[in-house]
Design a protein around this ligand. Structure first.
Ligand code: B12
Ligand code: SF4
Length: 466
């Protein structure tokens, strides 16, 4: 009878990822696994990513779990709930524990759908305490009350929170994620097949002190902690020696938030004689010319700079605390330093009108990032954005969808935004075309005109917004 750390992400079911094919190991689970190892707590890690559901269920059942601990995000919610239903068994089945960003603000729903315990926030210490409990103690409110960071149900099924768990004060105390516990070869094969190179994810920071209105900070709140540059470089060196990845992906929320840290990282890499290539995400207001130089010097090959909108009015409504000109300037500066650039865009935020979308398009033309992604805004529970539209929003039943399916009255109808997304795609293709007057650029120009026409047409169909 064992404890299993696992998740509900099956890459075969993810049509978008099939196209992108940039899979990464579940870092949070592997970090918890390493912590349990250090505490001498026996467990298994079952990585669902490259399995099919049948193969996954067989593997889990063969381990005869007494406790199943799932990582869950809004994207894997439905899958995890199905796995719980399939694995619950008769009578005293395994204790179902859930952790990750989706549990804090959906506690009552998860408890009603088969979860016994929810780990809120950082998982290492809390799950270690839970792992030490007997199955009977997992159902005993008095035993659970002694473990901060947990939510369980009272006799009426209502959530009971045992209180916030203090974060691990020094991230250097965390052991290196237990990557050896899962098979990394399918990840590398997928990467090689799609991109001819491999990549591994690494975390150097936890938390973000900013308060963007749509961003979920259910795990780390507005805290900010960072590992020492020396410890990060030691982990990178181990990974290079063990797996020789072609590049790294720093999963940190704002990689350049602390300029002294970045300078220390550059020094530590140089002192270790380590040359790496990496990709990261950051904010334009935490960049300047020197930061761009440090990024280039430390091997940053691609930087994603959050934009979300090219309209200052919408950025302010989102509480992004950044100016459009800063984002444009930093994308240009990074490009000039030879770093590939990417930017994230969001359409349909409350209050956004066509004038704002036109401003976003203008930003895309002026900044000319190499890559961009565009998302239709959706309110995640626990965010200010969610609270703003909660009164008017409708959502499918909890186990049938996710926050992405939550509907609220956007300025225009769905068809309008489909054209607006295409408009941005064609704008980007036109402005980054190698030959601005070549056939490809011309085709995009024509398609751009059709998208604009489509926007106009569907705007007319939304009388209140026209
Ligand atoms: C990297 C990342 C990605 C990468 C994923 C690649 C990868 N695997 O590395 C990419 C860019 C692809 C991505 C995509 C998306 N992401 Co993302 N992503 C992140 C990010 C920035 C870091 C995740 C990470 O590795 N953290 C480091 C580890 C150490 O932390 P952790 O995973 O949170 O684990 C800790 C706790 O959660 C807990 N825990 C974790 N697992 C478990 C398990 C158990 C049993 C327990 C008890 C506890 C526990 O303990 C861990 C250690 O303390 C987070 C934000 C963040 N800062 O965490 C968002 C985040 C997870 N993503 C989010 C979202 C919304 C998305 C997208 C839906 C965005 C979109 N396109 O609309 C997509 C969905 C993709 C998909 N198919 O699932 C949200 C999730 C919100 C929610 N309520 O579920 C987050 C929180 C961002 C945000 N602030 O809003 N993402
Ligand atoms: S969007 Fe980025 S900068 Fe804003 S709060 Fe979230 S992690 Fe922080």
């Amino acid at each position: 009878m064992s404890l299993i750390l696992t998740h509900g992400y099956f890459i075969a079911d993810d049509a978008i990822e099939q196209r992108i094919m940039r899979p990464y190991p579940p870092l949070g689970l592997l970090s918890i696994s390493a912590w349990l190892d250090r505490e001498g707590l026996d467990h298994h890690v079952v990585d669902a990513t490259f399995l099919d559901v049948e193969g996954y269920l067989q593997r889990v059942r063969a381990l005869r779990p007494r406790m199943l601990a799932f990582y869950v995000t809004l994207m894997t919610r439905r899958s995890v709930l199905r796995l719980i239903a399939a694995l619950a068994g008769e009578g005293d089945g395994p204790v179902m524990v859930l952790g990750g960003p989706d549990v804090r603000h959906n506690a009552a729903d998860y408890l009603q759908h088969g979860a016994h315990l929810l780990v809120v926030g950082e998982g290492e210490q809390t799950l270690a305490d839970v792992a030490r409990l007997s199955p009977e103690a997992c159902r005993d409110p008095a035993a659970l009350a002694a473990i901060p960071g947990l939510i369980h149900a009272d006799a009426q099924g209502r959530p009971v929170f045992t209180g916030e768990r203090q974060f691990v004060p020094e991230l250097d105390e965390l052991p290196e994620p237990a990557r050896h516990r899962i098979d990394l070869q399918p990840y590398f094969q997928a990467w090689r097949g799609a991109h001819g190179q491999t990549s591994l994810n690494v975390s150097t920071q936890r938390g973000c002190p900013y308060k963007c209105a749509w961003c979920s900070r259910a795990v780390y709140g507005t805290s900010y902690r960072r590992r020492s540059p020396q410890q990060v470089v030691a982990e990178l060196r181990t990974l290079v020696e063990r797996y020789a990845p072609d590049q790294f992906w720093f999963v940190d929320d704002v990689f350049t938030i602390n300029h002294n840290w970045l300078a220390g990282f550059a020094q530590a890499l140089a002192a270790a004689g380590l040359r790496i290539r990496y990709e990261c995400i950051t904010r334009a207001d935490r960049m300047n010319e020197r930061v761009v130089q440090l990024l280039a010097q430390t091997g940053c090959s691609r930087v994603w700079i959050g934009a979300e909108s090219g309209s200052q009015r919408i950025l302010d409504a989102m509480k992004r605390q950044v100016r459009v000109e800063q984002v444009t300037a930093m994308i240009r500066a990074a490009s000039q330093a030879g770093i590939q650039t990417g930017t994230f865009l969001m359409l349909g935020y409350p209050g956004e009108t066509e004038a704002d979308i036109v401003a976003t398009e203008r930003y895309l033309r002026q900044a000319r990032p190499d890559l961009f992604t565009v998302t239709l805004a959706y309110p995640i529970r626990g965010t200010q954005f969610h609270d703003l539209v909660a009164d008017q929003a409708t959502a499918p039943p909890f186990d049938q969808g996710s926050d992405r399916d939550r509907r609220y009255p956007r300025t225009y109808g769905d068809a309008y935004y489909r054209h607006a997304v295409r408009l941005l795609t064609h704008t980007h293709a036109m402005t980054t075309a190698a030959r601005p007057f070549g056939l490809r650029a011309l085709v995009h120009r024509l398609a751009w005109c059709l998208s604009r026409l489509g926007m106009w047409w569907h705007r007319r169909a939304t009388p209140q917004a026209a």
